[in-house]
Design a protein around this ligand. Structure first.
Ligand code: NDP
Length: 309
């Protein structure tokens, strides 16, 4: 009985080594090395080559190495009844919160803008905003959105959230579903997307959403590239409805060389690094879930396949 590790980046061997060291009684294989596919019960996966999982006829569950599972749910060759787990990790959440805070402060104080001025030997002071000048709207109040709301509130930001199910315990003003979406948007000077990518959130960051934001609103997309309609963003910035955007995720990654985002003066891009699964922090939960599976205990952090997250 074995676990196969499937990922296409250079981290595959480091993950295998760390897993093997921490759980010497479990057999881990990289999908690139010879192994018995019939005897493989579990797959630990990140952005696998589509269709590769159908080579494992006896899989009992699939674990995503990250918080997102959209890449697994999009692969129609994976049977509907295989349980999928995902990562819910406090370090993943705090890394995301720190990244979004840095992005917001950079925007309020124009820091990246001054770097460009510096490279052009330009001395051009601009008006800046204070934390008290803006309200941050978080779309998606799950593991990451909730942590971000708490973090920003602690620092003094006015923060509101949007989700589907009631969350009175969060202590911030919450808005729910399509019915309350526009009331939420109307008050969000900075809109942060932390939604899962599902059929109902695909390209949700579009002209219709942008037009309900206060004029000059700023967009931060740290969820998935598929949430954004790229052309609507460019048009809404160029027309002045939005003041700009920071994007960490893209439809195609790496971002294609010819993409207009690269050269747009009001769009900042980062290479999908807002929050990266930390091996030391995530590894214990992957191993623990495997042990739970062996003992017939319910798996932690199961994805609701019908909801898509
Ligand atoms: P969760 O599944 O924990 O939370 C999702 C939230 O979105 C929930 O609050 C859910 O509402 C809400 N939601 C889902 N669909 C809708 C909808 N149609 N309308 C309104 N609200 C909706 O996700 P995480 O917090 O773990 O992850 C958030 C995103 O961050 C994911 O897209 C993930 O892939 C991405 N990510 C990006 C990283 C990066 O480095 N850029 C790193 C890690 C994650 P409810 O609570 O009511 O169900």
């Amino acid at each position: 009985m074995a676990v196969v590790i499937i990922r296409q980046d250079e981290k595959i061997n480091a993950w295998k080594q760390a897993l093997q060291e921490n759980a010497p009684d479990i057999s881990f294989f990289s999908f690139l090395e010879p192994h018995d596919r019939e005897k493989t019960e579990v797959a630990f996966v990140w952005k696998h080559p589509e269709g590769v999982l159908k080579n494992y006829p006896n899989l009992k569950y699939i674990a995503s190495f990250g918080a997102g599972v959209d890449f697994l749910l999009e692969d129609k060759s994976i049977p509907d009844d295989i349980p999928i787990t995902r990562v819910v990790d406090p370090i993943l959440a705090s890394d995301m919160s720190e990244f979004v805070l840095a992005t917001i402060l950079d925007n309020l104080k124009h820091l990246r803008h001054y770097k460009v001025d510096q490279l052009n030997c330009q001395w051009k002071p601009q008006d800046y905003n204070r934390i008290s000048d803006v309200q941050v709207g978080i779309m998606g109040m799950g593991a990451l959105g909730t942590d971000l709301a708490k973090f920003l509130t602690l620092i003094g930001f006015r923060t509101i959230g949007w989700a589907t199910t009631k969350k009175p315990q969060l202590g911030i003003n919450m808005y729910y579903g399509d019915k309350e979406r526009n009331s939420f948007l109307n008050q969000s000077n900075i809109l942060v997307c932390l939604l899962p990518l599902t059929p109902s959130t695909k390209e949700i960051l579009n002209r219709d959403v942008f037009k309900h934001l206060p004029e000059g609103a700023y967009i931060i997309n740290v969820a998935r590239g598929g949430h954004l309609n790229d052309q609507d963003l460019i048009d809404s910035i160029d027309e002045g409805q939005l003041s700009g955007a920071s994007l960490d995720v893209f439809h195609d990654e790496p971002l294609l060389p010819e993409h207009p985002f690269w050269k747009h003066p009001k769009i900042n891009i980062t290479p999908h690094i807002a929050s990266v699964s930390d091996v030391a922090s995530v590894l214990p939960q992957l191993i623990e879930n495997y042990r739970r599976f062996k003992k017939d205990l319910p798996l932690n952090n199961l994805v609701f396949r019908q909801k898509g997250y």
